[in-house]
Design a protein around this ligand. Structure first.
Ligand code: SAH
Ligand code: SF4
Length: 386
């Protein structure tokens, strides 16, 4: 909400305090909201009330909570923006129960978020960037290049958008056989973008999403997937030692990995994994090693042996993902027999292995299929707001 009397979180009297500010309510951690309260002469305890109202109660005007002082309730929407993300479209898969949201951002860009119901979990796959700079050859999002970073409130906003959609569609929970009033239980940063290339915004979002007075999603329920952005990994674990990482491995051969994942030239896999062994250790928080199986590229049994070796010294789980073919491509997934043989070899090393067939393939919601054509990003019609 625009206002001429906008106030910033910087100290009063500083030139910046007079400048129009862009702080967004949904981009503030509880600590930052406490600072806002203190700066404006209110008790910091109101930050807890605001968090409960915004994230637990999903109140679109969290400052209307009855226990907030009137002056605080009046100033907050003038001081902080809270523009909702637009739900441009939703698409239900007929193949599994996943549901893709096309989310409109300020400025006209769009990203995608995917809700994936399972027997006892409701997982939301989030985007962290519009496009991605990393250019992995098998990934559709990578073909867009990086268009822009998402802000913290745009990351958190995807969760609120999905939570509000679920609350407004109780019949959907019935259809997917989840108990009434189920809330999102898990989050994966596996949508558009490389989250650790936008690490500050992602760390703040993790703090907000895991806050006990808000959605209270434990960090063990939130996976940050990375192609191996070592700077981001260092910063993530320095800020949040209990964060959960999913590392996209896809090849253990240095030259080949550099060919299919250019990020490997900057941060070679061995360097990344060595650092993870030091940060996490074999008994530390689990790390998920993701391995997209591509026929004739990385699906030999020797590759499986190398992957088993790589996982030593880590508390590793392995996800094998048969390639989703995106657009015109010479790449394809291995046969079911080859996938099984690859998995069996890893299991024979005592490793925990899952073969993950991506969800939502018929609605292009599967890994590597999230792409918004830069040309299709303007003039979309809105089908609702959150
Ligand atoms: N940028 C992050 C997270 C987003 S991609 C990363 O790369 O980890 C989420 C996952 O989808 C990654 O493991 C990625 O390698 C995988 N992926 C991308 N394209 C794919 C495809 N065509 N088939 C299967 N998995 C794919
Ligand atoms: Fe970016 Fe991940 Fe796609 Fe690679 S796989 S281009 S890092 S989104």
């Amino acid at each position: 909400m625009a206002s001429p009397s906008i106030i910033t979180l910087t100290s009063p009297g500083s030139p910046a305090a007079l400048a129009p500010q862009t702080d967004s309510f949904y981009g503030l951690t509880r600590e930052a909201l406490e600072a806002w309260c203190t700066l404006h002469g209110f008790s910091r305890v109101h930050a807890k009330t605001l968090f409960r109202s915004a994230y637990k109660a999903l109140n679109p005007e969290p400052w209307s909570a009855p226990s907030l002082p009137r002056a605080c309730a009046a100033l907050l929407p003038l001081s902080l923006s809270s523009a909702p993300l637009r739900l441009v479209a939703e698409q239900r898969s007929g193949y599994d129960h996943s549901l893709k949201f096309l989310v409109g951002l300020a400025g006209g860009r769009e990203v995608e978020a995917v809700l994936m119901p399972e027997t006892k979990r409701l997982t939301l796959c989030l985007s962290s960037q519009v496009g991605c700079a990393q250019g992995c050859v098998f990934c559709h999002t990578g073909r867009m290049g990086l268009i822009r970073q998402l802000s913290t409130d745009e990351i958190v906003g995807q969760v609120l958008l999905a939570e509000r959609w679920i609350a407004a569609h109780p019949e959907w929970l019935q259809q997917v056989r989840l108990p009434a009033s189920t809330r999102i239980s898990n989050i994966v940063f596996m949508g558009m973008g490389e989250p650790l290339d936008n690490v500050d915004a992602v760390i703040a979002a993790l703090r907000i999403l895991s806050d006990p007075f808000g959605l209270a999603l434990g960090l063990s329920h939130i996976s940050v997937s990375t192609a191996g952005h070592l700077d981001g990994i260092e910063r993530l674990y320095a800020a949040l030692p209990k964060a959960r990482l999913a590392l996209s491995v896809h090849s253990t051969d240095d030259a080949q990995r550099s060919r299919i994942m250019p990020i490997n030239k900057r941060w070679p896999l061995t360097e990344v994994v060595d650092r993870l062994r030091t940060i996490l250790g074999g008994e530390g928080p689990p790390v998920l090693l993701q391995y997209t199986l591509i026929r004739g590229v990385n699906d030999r049994l020797e590759d499986a042996e190398q992957l088993a070796r790589l996982s030593q010294g880590l508390n590793a789980k392995i996800n094998l993902i048969p390639l989703n073919v995106v657009g015109p491509s010479r790449l394809s997934a291995p046969s079911p027999e080859a996938i099984k043989a690859f998995r069996d070899l890893l299991c024979s090393h005592g490793l925990r292995v899952m073969v993950r067939y991506s969800k939502g393939q018929d609605i292009a919601a599967a890994c590597g299929q999230l792409v918004r054509d830069a040309n299709s990003q303007s003039g979309s019609s809105s089908s609702g707001e959150t």
